[in-house]
Design a protein around this ligand. Structure first.
Ligand code: KGJ
Length: 423
């Protein structure tokens, strides 16, 4: 019997049992508070995936699962549902399928069958993750308040032709996930597209059980990131770094992510991108790295959470010098001040970073997740009276409502030095 026929036969008649087992596994996960959809939605998802796998097995290749997986990811994305949920459904079904088939198919055909299933399930999982990440970092991202995506989605990395390419991509190397920022035209400035893309990439790597994540710029870029996308900053009368700002959401996602995140820095880091680097758990860099925090160039009042974060991470006199001068700190000084954990040559950067990432990936993920969370809570904790906070917000409001803030933004757009008048 042909392998696809034998595998089909092994699945036939086991559908109810396997769907039931996958649902039971999801139910357990649900009890751990990790699932948000209803029981009926879950059953529909499991059955749909099961049918897709069955069709692939019958045809002997993975094509039938490809487009539907992209569509599922697109639907989830538009509905604002976390990709981790559907990936968990996929993982639960995958688990029961492996167990069932390994015990059913004849010994001599087992390797061949595993290979076929690996291709089918791998294609589906990959299409889900790539589509979701691509959509989240796509300029027509509904999270930016743009028109929602049309029903049929053909992302750039999957052979379609959207208006602009994605600016974030992910790869995996064993248990290490890599997120690459690649928006050369804007020097990896972080607007909604970039920030949401990285957040989605984190979700995707988490669902794939990556134990460490490396955040990097695309090879060959001399700017790691130019910081907050200045074009997306509000033009006065609104907090430029409010809670809902996409960069702020990204910083929270990094700090609360359960596995270590390593910033691998080649090139220059500006403004909010320094907050991003410092939000990562470890930093490796080469001699091209420089770090500047530049709100004083824009007349922008930095947010209180951000300042608390800088003050908790670096010596106060360094924080003041960096904020008041906006001057870049070179790699050697950055090492001296412990902005960087490991300073190496450009040729060594990837090797050293991945060795470090793999070392952490081999340790207890649970212990690391708990320690990371404890450290975050302990270092973020700063009780402050409501009155005091409101006073700080009032002072900040004066600054972002000022003419100087508008002048800072205008000067950047006109590529000239700002003239601040303290008004
Ligand atoms: N936001 C928006 N667009 C940017 C940004 C940015 N942060 N950085 C660069 N771009 C755009 C430029 O406007 C150019 O657009 C293009 O990227 C290439 O930049 O003229 P266009 O092509 O339409 P450029 O300046 O020609 O590239 P380079 O000569 O290679 O210089 C790279 C630099 C990173 C040194 C330079 O672009 C730069 O100084 N950018 C601004 C860096 C900065 O101060 N960022 C901090 C933003 N502020 C914050 O993040 C925060 C939170 N803050 O509180 O201040």
């Amino acid at each position: 019997m042909e392998i696809s026929a034998e595998t089909s036969a092994a699945l036939a008649g086991a559908r109810e049992q396997l769907v039931g087992e996958a649902l039971a596994a999801l139910e357990q996960r649900d009890q751990a508070g990790q699932h948000g959809s209803s029981a009926a939605e879950r059953r529909r998802d499991v059955e749909q995936l099961f049918e897709l796998v069955e069709r692939c097995v019958q045809e002997g290749h993975a094509d039938p699962i490809l487009l539907p997986s992209r569509q599922i990811a697109a639907d989830r994305f538009v509905a604002g549902v976390d990709i981790a949920e559907i990936q968990a459904t996929f993982a639960a079904l995958e688990d029961v399928l492996w167990r069932h088939l390994a015990g059913t198919v004849s010994d001599e055909r087992r390797v061949e069958m595993l290979r076929l299933m690996n291709v089918i399930l791998g294609t589906g999982r990959d299409a889900l993750a790539r589509t979701y990440v691509s959509l989240a970092s796509h300029p027509r991202n509904p999270l930016q308040g743009q028109p929602p995506l049309p029903g049929a989605v053909t992302p750039a990395d999957e052979g379609g032709a959207p208006a602009e390419p994605s600016v974030v991509s992910t790869t995996t190397h064993g248990r290490v996930g890599v997120i690459t920022m690649d928006d050369r035209n804007k020097r990896n400035a972080i607007g909604a597209r970039m920030a949401n893309g990285i957040v989605a990439a984190l979700g995707s790597l988490r669902a794939q059980n990556m134990r460490t994540v490396v955040l990097r710029a695309a090879p060959g870029m001399s700017v790691w990131s130019a910081g907050h996308d200045i074009d997306e900053l509000p033009r006065g009368r609104r907090d430029p770094l409010g809670y809902d700002d996409p960069l702020e959401g990204l910083l929270r996602a990094i700090r609360t992510f359960p596995t270590p995140i390593l910033a691998m820095v080649h090139g220059t880091v500006w403004g909010g991108a320094l907050d991003l680097v410092l939000s990562c758990d470890l930093v490796t860099a080469d001699e091209t790295a420089t770090f500047a925090i530049t709100p004083a160039n824009l007349g922008l009042p930095y947010n209180t959470t951000g300042l608390l974060h800088f003050a908790g991470r670096l010596p106060l006199n360094l924080v003041k010098e960096m904020f008041f001068t906006a001057a870049p700190l070179d790699a050697l000084k950055a090492k001296e001040w412990m902005v960087i954990n490991h300073l190496v040559t450009a040729a060594e950067l990837e090797t050293v970073t991945f060795e470090l990432a793999e070392t952490m990936a081999a340790k207890s993920p649970m212990a690391i997740a708990v320690i990371k969370e404890q450290l975050r809570v302990l270092t973020d904790y700063q009780p402050i009276a409501a009155q005091v906070y409101e006073r700080l917000q009032g002072l900040r409001r004066q600054a972002y409502d000022s003419s100087d803030y508008l002048e800072g933004l205008k000067a950047f757009a006109e590529k000239r030095k700002p003239v601040f008048r303290n008004t």
